[in-house]
Design a protein around this ligand. Structure first.
Ligand code: KNH
Length: 158
């Protein structure tokens, strides 16, 4: 395996380690519902659990989440092996998504729920409390979106 593709897996591993370490700290040091103010009115650390997906949809549908996550992980690894060698941004995007998906998968497997703690009031709206894995997934999705925008544009030019 070229050293570059190993690097992509190292990014995913780093995301998983950071995600699981932060979740462990929250579970170990905070009661559920406890909140620590970081930036008044904007950023708090609030210990929260979610048995569903984004915005708490599909509560307790663990089997569904296992199936979806395994499909997502297999698809990401397939595309990483097949395409990510050509483009660093695509590789990073896929690595971030892989790390995020596995991070939440570990929670769903062992805790039957996901630990959330990043509590922000984005644009004044009480955004759902999330975690490092969600952030990594979302950044990966955004980078993937930018890549396809750029890539599609480039193809049309050729
Ligand atoms: C981030 C994807 C959610 C994550 O998906 C995962 O695990 C994947 C790998 C497996 C899911 C079963 C399948 C994805 C369903 C798609 C979905 O849900 C639409 C997502 C839109 C998304 C743009 C990509 C917006 C943003 C979300 C949020 C903010 O993220 C910064 C809110 C996070 C809080 O509701 C928090 O409680 C969630 C909890 O941590 C469990 N997390 C999950 O289910």
């Amino acid at each position: 395996m070229e050293e570059r593709s190993v690097l992509k897996y190292l990014i995913a591993l780093f995301v998983i380690a950071l995600d699981q370490w932060t979740k462990w700290l929250i579970v170990k040091n905070m009661e559920i519902g406890e909140s620590i103010e970081i930036i008044n009115g904007f950023l708090y650390i609030t210990s929260h659990r979610n048995k569903g997906a984004a915005w708490g949809i599909l509560q307790n549908q663990m089997v569904f989440f296992y199936v979806i996550t395994i499909i997502v992980v297999v698809a990401i690894i397939y595309y990483m092996q097949k395409y990510a060698k050509q483009n660093a941004m695509l590789g990073v995007a896929l690595s971030l998504m892989l790390g995020g998906a596995i991070g939440n998968f570990i929670d769903r497997l062992f805790r039957k729920e996901v630990v959330d703690f990043i509590h922000t009031y984005i644009f004044g709206y009480n955004f759902p409390i999330f975690n490092i894995a969600d952030s990594s997934l979302t950044i990966g999705v955004i980078l993937l979106f930018i890549y396809f925008l750029f890539f599609e544009e480039k193809k049309q030019k050729e």
